[in-house]
Design a binder for this molecule. Structure first.
Ligand code: DC
Length: 230
């Protein structure tokens, strides 16, 4: 358990599937902070659009989505083993948002300005009391530009594809490694090049490349880093 002198906000950004969520969850647990996976919010929005027919053949109906923007409620609830699960309008969608169809469509939804404004407002509200770790693509640049600690995580594409592939296989999803790699490369490209809040490192962020680091080594690295806040 790490005890900090004053409550802080920790913003973590980085590429798809580089282990941001696992790392963020572990440090939040160590600090006894709230953990928010902002990617899960974009995924839940995507599921909503798919179910309502606002996303057809990979093309989003922006104006219908905008009209429905306040009909979407996204929540996180802690399970008995302290993990957080995502709820969309009261329904547990934690597994549904991790499927390939959602991964293939989420970039289309996350580039829409009205979607981003709504989710950023919800995220800022969640961080009002600090003591929060949030991960995503624009957390240190847009959501919490004044966060006390900003990290930018990355790992090479091959390592990331293999990790994501293993996760999907464990869940019993049949998928090709090449399919996973292509999806990650495509999402990286869209995330870095979109007009609205592209993925970029904040000037004051600290880089963590975990290509060759175990979760334990990452935690050791983090413990040294936060000594200045203790
Ligand atoms: O972290 P993830 O891979 O589950 O995120 C899913 C998608 O959501 C990702 O392709 C980009 C988008 N996203 C975003 O645009 N901004 C965020 N803060 C978090 C995720």
């Amino acid at each position: 358990m790490i005890k900090l002198k004053t409550p802080i906000v920790i913003a973590i950004d980085g590429h798809s599937s580089c282990g941001k969520s696992s790392f963020a969850k572990n440090i939040a647990c160590e600090l006894n902070y709230l953990y928010i996976d902002s990617g899960a919010m974009y995924r839940a929005f995507t599921l909503f659009a798919m179910h309502r027919g606002f996303l057809m053949n990979g093309i989003a109906n922006d104006s219908e989505l905008e009209k429905n923007i306040h009909n979407i409620n996204i929540d996180f609830k802690k399970t008995c083993n302290s993990a957080y699960e995502t709820y969309l309008n009261g329904e547990n969608v934690e597994n549904a948002i991790r499927t390939m169809p959602v991964s293939e469509n989420v970039s289309e939804i996350s580039k829409i300005k009205s979607v981003r404004s709504r989710l950023v407002a919800l995220q800022q509200k969640m961080g009002e009391r600090k003591e929060i770790v949030m991960d995503g693509r624009d957390i240190g640049t847009v959501v919490f530009p004044n966060a006390e600690l900003k990290l930018f995580m990355t790992a090479n594409l091959e390592v990331r594809a293999q990790r994501r592939y293993n996760e999907l296989m464990e869940k019993g999803t049949s998928v090709l490694l090449s399919e996973v790699r292509d999806n990650l490369a495509q999402r990286d490209f869209i995330d870095e090049n979109r007009l609205e809040s592209p993925l970029k490192m904040a000037d004051d962020a600290i880089i963590l490349d975990n290509s060759n680091l175990t979760p334990l080594q990452q935690m050791e690295w983090f413990k040294k880093l936060v000594e200045k806040f203790e």
